[in-house]
Ligand binder design. Structure first.
Ligand code: GLN
Length: 284
């Protein structure tokens, strides 16, 4: 029996995903078929007439079933790109979002001379994407990533090793900064900020597959900021900065919390869609 060609498999996969109302059916089909074949997406279109092996078909079938079950392609692949670096994921980590690159950008912009020595604290490090991206850009910096999930810490450590920054990174189990002492030049965080009322309205890809611990921000979505911003005052060096990701409608509320904690707003930075996405604050 002669199998289907790559082009046929790609088209059939796209159609199947589209009929299951998957929004980015064409893109997802390209990513999943390439992954099943073990080639990159460019090689896929370069050889459309190559026959697809039965083992590949079986692998792809399993991937399609997961995608139709609303698992995002990032979870099916087990890794996703952030700041142009691939990050391993686990059920304990959020999938890194492009929006979160705004935190890295804001931190780097405010940091100044990239060659200076610095201590960074990442609260709720997850996959470690923010901390690893920063350490990859700041060669003299050292960082500590904190998470409440041991599984997330293992993944973050693996990502730090993979990107060559493990010798400058420590990963610590903890409840925000409760167990952390000393002073930092940069405190960064993408805390959970979805308010309880908004949880049910999240896309199934997020609601059913991202860890609730990384999403739930309490009744008003601001619970984590109260702790993080309050504690930042104790943990910042005099010239230090805190950079936190925020929900699209939280700029005013989080700025107010920063002020109440004794911090001064430095910048509200927007993401590529134009939404306020990160707040930079310093000691007042
Ligand atoms: N931006 C995430 C979302 O897609 C929320 C992540 C968070 O709470 N930090 O809803």
């Amino acid at each position: 029996v002669s199998g289907r060609t790559r082009a046929q498999v790609l088209r059939a996969t796209r159609d199947e995903l589209a009929s299951a109302a998957i929004e980015e059916a064409a893109l997802d089909a390209r990513i999943l078929v390439s992954a099943a074949l073990g080639v990159d997406t460019t090689a896929l279109v370069a050889r459309p007439d190559t026959a697809v092996e039965p083992e590949t078909e079986a692998l792809l079938r399993a991937m399609i079933v997961r995608r139709i079950g609303r698992e995002p392609v990032s979870r099916i692949l087990g890794e996703w790109e952030f700041w142009s670096l691939p990050f391993r994921l686990s059920p304990d980590t959020l999938v890194p979002r492009p929006d979160t690159e705004t935190v890295v950008e804001a931190a780097l912009a405010a940091f100044g001379d990239r060659e200076r020595r610095a201590r960074i604290l990442d609260l709720g490090t997850g996959s470690g994407c923010i901390l690893v991206a920063l350490l990859s850009e700041l060669p003299q910096a050292e960082g500590t990533g904190v998470d409440r999930s041991f599984g997330a810490l293992a993944t973050a450590r693996l990502n730090a090793r993979r990107h060559g920054v493990a010798d400058r990174a420590a990963f610590v189990l903890g409840d925000w900064s409760a167990a952390i002492g000393g002073r930092f030049d940069l405190i960064v965080s993408n805390p959970p900020y979805v308010d309880d009322g908004a949880m049910a309205g999240l896309a199934a890809e997020v609601r059913c597959h991202d860890p609730p611990l990384a999403l739930r921000g309490g009744p008003d979505g601001l619970a984590a900021y109260r702790v993080i911003l309050h504690d930042a005052v104790r943990l910042l060096r005099p010239s230090g900065l805190v950079v936190v990701e925020i929900g699209h409608d939280q700029a005013a509320a989080v700025s107010r919390l920063a002020g109440q904690a004794g911090l001064e707003l430095v910048e509200v930075r927007r993401d590529l869609a134009g939404c306020p996405r990160a707040i930079v604050a310093a000691l007042a």
